[in-house]
Design a protein around this ligand. Structure first.
Ligand SMILES: [Zn+2]
Ligand SMILES: [Zn+2]
Length: 124
């Protein structure tokens, strides 16, 4: 009766056998979830950029960057990512007033906010 020593193995085997498809399903579910996650992160940024460009604010930003010739109004660099900076603090004037907004490159924008007294920039 040597095989009796193996009864825990047999018992576990008997219990686990119907669970195996479930385990497989769980593993497949996890793999699918990871795939979805990867796909999502892959699509998220272009989708956001696309939505931003189509939004009213995105279109206004694009219009103002075009007005400024895609150049930074502080240092004059071309072809760098541009942001909009309000010359007068946004609290004092209409935030979306185009004459108050200038295109600046990212380093210049950071500098502008570090020193509140802005250099001589003429409104458009
Ligand atoms: Zn600049
Ligand atoms: Zn700013």
């Amino acid at each position: 009766m040597y095989w009796l020593h193996r009864w825990p193995v047999i018992l576990i085997g008997l219990v686990m056998t119907p669970l195996l498809p479930l385990l497989g399903l769980a593993a497949a579910g996890l793999a699918f979830h990871r795939l979805l996650d990867d796909l999502h992160s892959l699509l998220r940024s272009p989708w956001r950029r696309w939505r931003w460009r189509l939004s009213a604010k995105g279109r206004q930003h694009a219009r103002l960057h075009r007005r400024d010739g895609y150049t930074c109004r502080v240092c004059g660099v071309i072809g760098q990512p541009l942001e909009l900076h309000s010359i007068a603090p946004a609290r004092q004037v209409d935030r979306d007033e185009p004459h108050n907004l200038i295109s600046v490159c990212v380093p210049c924008h950071r500098q502008l906010h570090e020193q509140p007294v802005s250099p001589a920039i003429s409104p458009a």
